[in-house]
Design a protein around this ligand. Structure first.
Ligand SMILES: Cc1ncc(COP(=O)(O)O)c(C=O)c1O
Length: 440
């Protein structure tokens, strides 16, 4: 049982110190929370503790990275083994494990492909963009409205533009002040899950590649006919299709969106889960694209990184992926997610709250409307505000969430965690302002 709460005074004073040294007190804008972020001090399995001693069931899981939960024994053992067997944390030369891990990932995502490791998801999308430009000789890159690909200046447009609603969908808006002039001109923004709108925009522009999150925000799936249209159109028009599977890889299915849709893109970006909690990214691609990176190829595309392929990330990533593929581990996560999805839905029903649930594999989410959403633009401001209120109240009840976004499940989440979550939701809805006051 999580103790009733809730002061976060120590987080507040640490934040006041941090913000003098680190802009906004965070090393990533996404990590900021109003009015200040929680400072965490300890974790175990599916739970985290903040510096004030509050305990939470963790559905953030470092933005989905820790699919085995915190401190899984296989991962901790692998970490100890690095220290014992290698005698260092970094070589700067190739190691046998890099090829071993590349082979595993290629077997799952693109059997006849090649792979390069990076040190983050951002670097993976950046490298995919650069390869697309080099291969096609074109500068422009198309991305979808509402999709996030890391702090990559080629793609920092229309993640969450100020102008919402359907009309603003194709109006381009930079997400960052330096993204203007030529950089912004070279980004083409497409409307997600809209075949006609996407086709019209692609007919107007001469783009090198199209990149997408196959599940927007990790939970809104591309419609199957939309995905098939995209593959066919890009193939017929010599455009490189990139699946950004940093969120979806090993999470919606073991083989991510490639497995879910049964479609082969030209490149795939991975990150998060494949690092087992250490920094990583990877680009997988067809050999005719990836060979541009071969240094013997007169450095056609130059790519490097001191920490790329470092033994910590590779070893922890391999331990994580092996554990996930062991027996029925992935199905266990999916089953727990299905149970949570069902119970959340029942609880919302009990309180007469209109909703619809989402999620595949280890992802759970709901929106506060019966209508199915096909992009974030289908969620009204009012529903978004209410969902944020619920999530912020859930935090006070010991349930740690990305506000108004997906719940990520792990192998460590238990039935007990699900009970805690549903009971917290009952208390929150029971004292809610805009939901009905009493369960039916
Ligand atoms: C779909 C997607 N692409 C890329 C990234 C960037 O990855 P990283 O934060 O490792 O740079 C993220 C991070 O959340 C992501 O969700």
């Amino acid at each position: 049982m999580i103790e009733s709460r809730h002061t976060t005074d120590k987080s507040f004073s640490l934040f006041k110190e941090a913000e003098k040294l680190i802009p906004g007190g965070v090393n990533g804008n996404i990590k900021f929370r109003e009015p200040y972020p929680l400072f965490l001090s300890r974790a175990s399995g599916s739970h985290v503790w903040d510096v004030d001693g509050n305990e939470y069931v963790d559905y953030v899981l470092s933005y989905g990275a820790l699919i085995l939960g915190h401190g899984h024994p296989a991962v901790l053992k692998a970490l100890r083994n690095i220290a014992d067997s290698l005698g260092t944390t970094l070589f700067g030369n190739p190691t046998p494990q890099e090829s071993e891990f590349a082979e595993i990932l290629l077997r799952i995502f693109m059997k006849d492909g090649m792979l390069r490791f990076t040190t983050s998801g951002l670097e993976a999308t950046l490298l995919a963009n650069r390869l697309g430009m080099a291969k096609s000789g074109k500068r422009k890159i198309a991305k979808f409205d509402g999709h996030y690909h890391g702090a990559n200046p080629f793609l920092l447009a229309n993640y969450r533009p100020k102008k919402r609603g359907k009309e603003g969908a194709l109006e381009k808006e930079a997400d960052s002040a330096e993204v203007r002039g030529d950089i912004l001109d070279d980004v083409v923004v497409l409307p997600f899950n809209d075949i006609d709108g996407t086709k019209r925009a692609l007919e107007r522009e001469d783009v090198s590649s199209v990149i997408l999150e196959p599940f927007e925000d990790g939970y809104i799936p591309a419609k199957r006919d939309f995905m098939h249209f995209l593959r066919k159109y890009t193939e017929e028009n010599g455009i490189i299709l990139v699946f950004d599977e940093v969120k979806t890889g090993f999470r919606i299915r073991l083989g991510g969106a490639v497995e879910y849709y049964g479609i082969k893109p030209d490149m795939i970006c991975l990150g998060k889960i494949i690092g087992g909690g250490a920094p990583i990214g990877a680009v997988i691609g067809k050999p005719e694209i990836m060979e541009l990176l071969d240094p013997r190829n007169r450095n056609k595309v130059f790519h490097s990184g001191t920490y790329n392929g470092n033994p910590i990330s590779i070893t922890l990533g391999m331990a994580t992926v092996s554990e996930l593929m062991e027996g029925n581990n992935f199905s266990r996560i999916s089953e727990a997610a299905t149970t949570l999805r069902k119970l959340i839905s029942q609880t919302l029903d009990e309180f007469g709250v209109e909703h619809r649930t989402y999620g595949e594999g280890g992802v759970v989410n709901y929106t506060l409307s019966k209508e199915e959403v096909h992009t974030y633009r289908d969620i009204s401001d009012e529903n978004m505000k209410e969902r944020k209120r619920i999530d912020s109240e859930m935090m006070k009840e010991g349930i740690y969430l990305i506000p108004a976004s997906r719940y990520s499940m792990s192998l460590a989440h238990t039935e007990g965690d699900i009970d805690l979550t549903v009971n917290a939701m009952r208390r929150v809805l029971g004292s809610g302002t805009s939901s009905k006051e009493k369960p039916k």
